[in-house]
Write a protein of this length. Structure first.
Length: 735
């Protein structure tokens, strides 16, 4: 009896002693200068997490290990990724450091949460990875909201200055696109690599400002890569110029206001309205939170929820994270009180957790980032930030009227072609020629050569033989050491059924063997010992040209070290025109800012350009190989090839419309319509030998000798026999 009483008393004691929590070690990488703020916010989160598990039999506890991202190198992130005691990392803060961290963590598939790393390119690359989670939308959204706000302030002329890094790339990639979407005028796009270059760009913008009338003063969208770059701007502008500057989130920092003397405004990722976090923070710490603190708090909450899932299910941390963010069961928990969420997770349910930065509703396909984020429209004056308004793309969350007004201002910007454009008389078509150029020579630019090879294969399918295609490539990716499929090249992942576009390829010239001036000689048919393969074109020849590579305003790259300017290209075309070396030319060019090349040929007779982008925006890659982590193809070329695969006789106007709709992230544009002909009447079939005719008819062989005949490769046939030929622009079957 006495033993039974002792056992009962021991059991009672055990039931009231809190269970020992299982510890999960988590790395946190943030800038050292702001670590005091981050640490106190993190401790607040850990206290809330602990309180939310009161009464739970097997609670979890996060043990934080702090790192200074400003001094961390690749090896440091690799060491954390290799540390089996660390289950996840939160941070780093900036996109530049986040890219290094993501590479290291992806190699080990270790869980990485990036609170405010908002690089669009970074999110595109890691969207399909199971271990990288972004807690904010990309800067593509911030760019849209910023430029929309500038438009609502009555300004339509805007310049961009941003850094040449993974952070600035988001803005340089999407600035021109957004400006076009909103019908605004891009005055300047400046990308800098040093503070000297930054100073020069600021000087250019100031000249634009000083030379403009009050009615059209240009605004400046400033997205610096570092806080010190903001100090450089501040030292070069006056009060009136600073009023026209709109800043990205890099200019909202706890340490920056004391260094600036002018007033500024901008956008930054923000906490959701109505959470009470700012008020509670001010009451607890006596000042205002910086924009990253709320996201760090949410990241810690998500790791704790995932740890609880892992505790109950044995799932990996990555799988547990997906379970935590995918939950849709009704839940009363908030950032201040997590009891309901932990209780449901402990019971095997899937609560719909919410955070300070928003609903934490991630995309259901990749779970890489929230569907929407909130942004604060901030003002900086006298060393203090104030929030003017909170905005979001979300339409179901009391979104401000500002965004609705912005939507009204958006216009459909697809190019309008002239249905009344006159047609011109051209000489008789005798033959078809093609030139295909992949203008890049490094492994990182795999997609440029791959797309060129895909177009080469398309031309072969549509009647060209190798004698009528001049293919110019560096030809160094098929057997590059990084290629896990030696001797093969793909524009769609092999694992997904992609075609090897390197099969049976005949490369005429290596990129490094052809000088920029020699392109003109090849097109003019000036055969030499160095260039024995040229285009034997006449005024009866149609020429199809495809070019894929890097570009900038007014130039395109030729390999890693040379550039072809619009002036050089324009002069070359004028010489080819004067020599009567073509009947019609159709050029598809996939390069950033390729519209500036299109602008350079306006006025040349019989020349039509279809470009991947207009003169103010880059084009986009759109197919990432999951194994090699390399972009395989560009969006424009993929759309172009898909359209011709479906309808190789499509009218040029319809070709443009389809490609424009299917190209993501840039505006495909047609140039020189007025000097080419009516695009509603003319079709791409003129440039595809086996598509020249729309129908097939039968004739008697005895009459064939009285007309000019060509085979399906465009070669003259003096005495046709049985077979299919081209006569007077039609396919003809001779029996």
């Amino acid at each position: 009896m006495k033993r039974k009483l002792i056992f009962t008393m021991m059991l009672a004691v055990l039931t009231i002693v809190p269970a020992e929590a299982k510890k999960f070690k988590v790395a946190v990488a943030m800038p050292k200068a702001q670590q005091t703020q981050f640490e106190r916010t993190a401790q607040w989160a850990l206290q809330t997490i602990a309180a939310g598990q009161t009464g739970i039999s097997d609670p979890v506890e996060l043990e934080l290990v702090w790192y200074d991202e400003d001094v961390m190198a690749k090896k440091d992130y690799q060491a954390i990724a290799n540390d089996n005691d660390i289950v996840a990392m939160i941070g780093p803060k900036t996109s530049v450091h986040a890219k290094v961290a993501a590479t290291a963590f992806n190699a080990k598939l270790k869980t990485l949460l990036l609170p405010v790393a908002t690089s669009t390119e970074l999110q595109r690359i890691y969207s399909a990875k199971p271990n990288v989670f972004f807690l904010s939308e990309s800067d593509m959204t911030l760019s849209y909201l910023m430029i929309g706000g500038i438009l609502l302030h009555g300004m339509k002329h805007v310049s961009l200055i941003t850094s040449d890094d993974v952070y600035g790339q988001s803005f340089s990639d999407w600035f021109g696109y957004t400006m076009t979407e909103l019908g605004m005028q891009t005055d300047m796009v400046g990308i800098y690599r040093s503070q000297d270059e930054l100073k020069a760009l600021i000087g250019q913008w100031k000249q634009l400002y000083d030379s403009s009338t009050e009615a059209v003063k240009p605004a400046l969208f400033f997205a610096p890569g570092a806080e010190d770059d903001g100090v450089v701007l501040d030292g070069m502008v006056n009060d009136a110029q600073a009023e026209m500057v709109y800043c990205s989130d890099m200019m909202m920092s706890a340490t920056l206001p004391a260094k600036l003397s002018h007033k500024y405004k901008g956008l930054a990722p923000s906490l959701a309205p109505g959470t009470g976090f700012s008020e509670a923070y001010h009451e607890k710490f006596g000042d205002e939170p910086v924009n990253t603190e709320a996201a760090v708090y949410d990241a810690l909450s998500l790791v704790a929820y995932a740890a609880a899932v892992q505790q109950q299910t044995g799932k990996s941390m990555n799988e547990a994270m997906v379970t935590a963010i995918d939950g849709r069961d009704a839940c009363t928990s908030s950032w201040q009180d997590m009891r309901d969420a932990f209780a449901q997770l402990h019971a095997g349910k899937h609560p719909d957790v919410k955070g300070i930065t928003g609903a934490l509703d991630f995309d259901i396909l990749h779970h890489a980032a929230p569907l929407y984020s909130f942004y604060s429209m901030w003002n900086l004056e006298n060393g203090q930030y104030s929030i003017e308004q909170i905005v979001s793309r979300n339409r179901d969350d009391a979104d401000p009227e500002t965004l609705q007004e912005w939507d009204k201002l958006r216009a459909q910007q697809q190019q309008q072609l002239n249905e009344e454009q006159e047609d011109f008389q051209y000489p008789e078509l005798h033959d078809n020629w093609a030139m295909v150029i992949g203008a890049s020579d490094t492994w990182d630019n795999y997609r440029h050569q791959a797309d060129a090879l895909a177009i080469y294969q398309m031309l072969k399918r549509h009647g060209y033989d190798d004698d009528h295609i001049i293919l110019i490539l560096a030809d160094n990716i098929a057997y590059d050491p990084n290629n896990i499929y030696p001797g093969e090249v793909y524009v769609k992942p092999k694992a997904e059924g992609g075609e090897n576009v390197y099969k049976d390829v005949v490369v005429d010239y290596r990129l490094s063997d052809v000088g920029i001036g020699d392109l003109r000689k090849i097109l003019l048919g000036e055969r030499s010992e160095k260039y024995p393969i040229v285009m034997d074109c006449t005024e009866h020849s149609n020429i199809f040209i495809y070019w894929c590579g890097h570009g900038n305003r007014g130039k395109v790259a030729w390999g890693s070290n040379l550039q072809l300017t619009t002036e050089t290209m324009s002069e070359g075309w004028k010489q080819i025109t004067a020599a009567k070396k073509y009947r019609k030319i159709f050029t598809a060019i996939d390069a950033c800012y390729s519209g500036s090349i299109g602008e350079a040929i306006v006025g040349l007779p019989g020349v039509l350009y279809l470009t991947a982008a207009n003169a103010n925006e880059p084009s986009k890659a759109d197919m990432l190989d999951p194994d090699m982590q390399i972009w395989l193809s560009n969006g424009f070329t993929r759309a172009f090839e898909q359209v011709l695969w479906r309808d190789p006789s499509i009218k040029l106007r319809d070709l443009y419309q389809y490609v424009a709709r299917l190209t993501t992230g840039s505006h495909a544009t047609i140039y020189n319509e007025a000097h080419y002909g009516n695009l509603f009447h003319n079709s791409i079939a003129e440039f595809l030998p086996d598509q020249v005719a729309s129908g097939i008819r039968e004739i008697v062989n005895s009459k064939s000798v009285n007309s000019k005949w060509f085979d399906l490769q465009g070669r003259r046939v003096l005495q046709p026999r049985k077979g299919i030929y081209i006569r007077d622009g039609q396919k003809v079957v001779i029996k």
